[in-house]
Design a protein around this ligand. Structure first.
Ligand code: GDP
Ligand code: GDP
Length: 439
């Protein structure tokens, strides 16, 4: 499981600047699709081979009773409860403020590992920036400049070491025990996730796996259907956390992100009785960014009027058109209808995600695509694509080699993606195109 790092601090101390720096490298890989909703508060960073999740908590006003500030404080509390390490940022130019002390008290009660970070310290001496903040009692501060990047690499390295130091040692051994296709069921609260899990596994097994005392973070539940093996990823199981903030919310973005990244195929559930919400679109955006294979289940299809059925179809078409590559199924978890075809789509999506595409076949498909439609010139530059090979699975990555490929625009990329998708019948998985120019 990826470690979770939460960025906490007063407004304007530089949280989002640091967040962008930590997650930036990921952006280049992610498709820019019309309608795609991204949640800029959750991102993935990477140091070498080690991926981690970063949460940017908006701002923090612990005393607010209601309104937007209260809402933000609630979000921050949840982020802190779910983090392995909290990076608490203060402003080195402003010095210590009373508000910083309030946040410190809150963090201390949370029982989380906290790293105190003094930001905006470019061109300043360590001792003079740091001295102000010792009285918070959080140890030696890390002094950085998020804007310039000074000290950021060390900070991340240290925070990951701290996060891994807290992990149970048996984590890695357990990972390999799963069988078959790993499935994560995601969706906002009340769409019917638990009902569907019950339908797939049977009531008794769900209860058995939900027992307290389980120490592991991701619970993997094996099951069989039509003589095929699957494993359900359930991160909502009991996590060992500080006493103060246990089980704050029924829905957790962090757990959703973690189960997505542990899965081969994500089953996104929507509720046919409600319109597609912002939260649905956010979760769909997370799935897309992860590159996991995807099947969409539109649940609670039982007992709907024909009008409502048309309405929800139009709503989905309008708001989730960036999921064009996925199969949609109308199901009822309660009445257990539509599950068979849904599982077939999961098998197919997995097969597409794991497809092996040979260099000769990919190159032939590339040449076909070019013959049918050339990329446009950009000024006097004409991109020249030479050959393609597979750069990865789940999602499949097609790496195209050639010259001046930076001149290829988003439209042409989408055209190429569509062409590869059709040539190799890749339904249910995102497909990534990487362009590599040689000099
Ligand atoms: P947030 O509200 O905590 O997310 O803070 P932001 O990341 O939006 O930053 C607030 C302001 O501080 C912006 O104007 C940033 O450009 C500035 N800032 C952030 N990091 C640094 C830094 O390392 N040095 C300086 N001088 N300014 C910074
Ligand atoms: P979760 O929060 O996503 O796990 O949702 P639950 O499985 O707890 O379901 C929320 C509510 O929706 C419960 O009252 C379920 O009985 C109901 N529900 C779930 N699936 C269906 C369905 O297919 N049809 C109908 N009509 N209700 C459903």
């Amino acid at each position: 499981m990826k470690p979770v790092i939460a960025l906490v601090g007063r407004p304007n101390v530089g949280k989002s600047t640091l967040f962008n720096r930590l997650t930036r490298s990921r952006d280049a890989l992610v498709a820019d699709l019309p309608g795609l909703t991204r949640d800029r508060h959750y991102g993935e960073g990477r140091v070498g081979e080690r991926p981690f999740l970063v949460i940017d908590t908006g701002g923090f006003e612990p005393v607010a009773k209601d309104g937007i500030m209260h809402e933000m404080a609630k979000q921050t509390k949840q982020a802190v409860a779910e983090a392995d390490v909290v990076i608490f940022i203060v402003d080195g130019r402003q010095g210590l403020t009373p508000h910083d002390k309030t946040i410190t008290d809150f963090l201390r009660k949370s029982g989380r590992s906290v790293m105190l970070v003094v930001n905006k310290a470019e061109g300043m001496k360590y001792t003079s920036v740091a001295s102000d903040f010792y009285e918070l009692g959080l140890g030696d501060p890390y002094v950085i400049s998020a804007a310039h990047g000074d000290g950021v690499a060390d900070l991340v390295e240290e925070s990951l070491n701290l996060a891994f130091a807290q992990r149970p040692v048996d984590d890695e051994i357990e990972e390999s025990s799963s069988k078959g296709i790993k499935i994560a069921i995601v969706g906002r609260p009340n769409v019917g996730k638990s009902t569907l899990v019950n339908a797939l596994l049977g009531e008794d097994r769900v209860i058995a796996f939900d027992m307290p005392g389980t120490t592991r973070d991701a619970i993997e539940i094996p099951f069989e259907r039509d003589e095929k093996q699957y494993t359900l990823i359930d991160t909502a199981g009991i996590r060992r956390r500080g006493k103060v903030f246990e089980a704050i919310e029924k829905f957790s973005v962090v757990k959703t992100l973690q189960s997505i990244s542990e899965a081969n195929v994500v089953l996104l559930l929507l509720d046919a009785q409600q319109d597609i919400s912002e939260q649905d679109a956010h979760i769909a955006g997370f799935v897309l960014e992860s590159g996991r294979a995807l099947v969409v289940g539109i649940n609670k299809w039982d007992g709907l009027t024909a009008d409502r059925r048309d309405e929800i179809k139009i709503d989905i078409e309008r708001k989730l058109n960036f999921l064009f590559f996925a199969k949609f199924h109308f199901i009822s978890a309660l009445k257990v209808t539509g599950i068979g075809p849904l599982m077939k789509s999961i098998d197919a999506a997995y097969a597409a995600a794991m497809a092996k595409l040979s260099t000769p076949k990919l190159t032939r498909a590339l040449i076909e695509a070019i013959e049918h439609q050339q990329p446009r010139r950009k000024g006097s530059i004409r991109p020249k694509m030479r050959y393609a090979h597979q750069g990865g699975q789940n999602p499949p990555i097609v790496v195209i080699h050639g010259n001046a490929l930076e001149a290829i625009d988003a439209n042409y990329r989408r055209y190429l993606e569509k062409h590869f998708r059709e040539t190799f019948s890749l339904v249910g998985t995102p497909l990534r195109i990487e362009l590599r120019s040689s000099k």
